[in-house]
Design a protein around this ligand. Structure first.
Ligand SMILES: Cc1cc2nc3c(=O)[nH]c(=O)nc-3n(C[C@H](O)[C@H](O)[C@H](O)COP(=O)(O)OP(=O)(O)OC[C@H]3O[C@@H](n4cnc5c(N)ncnc54)[C@H](O)[C@@H]3O)c2cc1C
Length: 285
């Protein structure tokens, strides 16, 4: 039931190596606005190899740190990201980054989604997991694929990308507190959609427990599934091992972040454990 994982391709692979040796590409912030509660929309003018939906970049703030970020869009040389405030680097970006500031990027990295060529797709996102799904929805629409997006947020105040997604697909919203759309977890919206409508592929990005739930739904309906995972990452090029999935030894940065349903169903720690900054296995919240 897998969709073939899409390789970054020889051109990207070569240039990823080049970028690693040559350092980061320099970008100028051309947009920084609060998109939702605790979420910054950052637009960076930067020269990158054309990314695939589902790939990510490493965003570096000199003197502060470097973090992996999904690509919500790359259009006309402008990279769009949606950044939740978490700790040191994301907090700095929220508090200090304004138009004109210079930031640095390496990538794009990893294996993206394999967008189907025709038919109907269900996209299930939680929080900033909506970001790579927006880029994917653009690709699917270009191919004439009919999309439905089920997007879950903590509350209406936390919702992002609703207008942008509505231009590309039908959107169903879920919020934990019921302040917008369905009141409850987004996988319950996905369950209803999958029981009432026919889909040729299901794509997901968001908290791992949500991904695990949607994987089970897709499996029970026999629909091909892919999901993008977020793990603690340091090098992003497959060397440090901090993002390894047990027991397969797959690295989220290099072998993912997008994995097929077949692979994910063999990941024992999916939705349960991950490695922290010190490499310790800790339960996922
Ligand atoms: C492939 C990939 C794509 C991502 N895309 C996005 C995105 O589009 N938008 C977005 O807001 N975030 C995204 N993340 C998560 C983002 O990289 C982390 O939130 C960020 O690294 C935290 O850095 P910090 O210095 O602010 O926090 P830190 O000070 O390092 O940590 C603060 C807290 O955040 C937790 N944390 C650290 N790294 C991660 C992580 N990778 N995932 C989840 N929790 C983490 C820590 O355990 C700690 O509790 C992505 C992660 C990956 C691996």
């Amino acid at each position: 039931m897998g969709l073939e994982p899409k390789s970054a391709g020889p051109r990207s692979a070569q240039s990823a190596g080049f970028r690693l040796r040559a350092g980061h590409a320099r970008g100028a912030v051309v947009g920084a606005r609060v998109a939702a509660k605790q979420v910054l929309e950052l637009k960076l003018e930067v020269d990158l190899d054309e990314p695939e939906p589902g790939q990510f970049v490493m965003l570096w703030v000199p003197g502060v740190g470097e973090v992996p970020m999904s690509i919500a869009d790359y259009d006309g040389g402008v990279l769009t990201m949606y950044i939740t405030r978490r700790g040191r680097v994301t907090g700095y970006l929220h508090d200090h980054v304004r138009e004109g500031v210079r930031l640095f990027v390496r990538g794009p990295y990893g294996r993206g989604f394999s967008a189907i060529e025709r038919g109907r797709a269900l996209l299930v996102g939680g929080g900033t997991g909506a970001a790579p799904l927006h880029f994917l929805a653009k690709r699917l629409r270009e191919r004439g694929v009919d999309c439905v997006a089920a997007l879950g947020f903590r509350s209406a105040e936390h919702a992002i990308l609703l207008g942008e997604m509505a231009r590309l697909c039908r959107v169903e919203v879920a919020t934990d507190d019921g302040s917008m759309g369905f009141g409850g977890p987004v996988h319950e919206v996905a369950a209803k959609l999958l029981s009432e409508e026919r889909f040729d592929a299901v794509y997901a990005c968001g908290p791992e427990p949500m991904i695990a739930a949607v994987l089970e739904l897709a499996r029970s309906k026999g629909v091909p599934f892919e999901a993008s995972l977020e793990r603690y990452m340091r090098c992003a090029v497959g060397v440090c091992g901090s993002c390894v999935l047990e027991p397969l030894g797959l690295r989220v940065c290099r072998d993912g972040p997008v994995f097929s349903g077949e692979v994910l169903s063999r990941v024992e720690d999916l939705g349960r454990w991950w490695r922290d900054a010190d490499g310790r296995l800790v339960p996922l919240r």
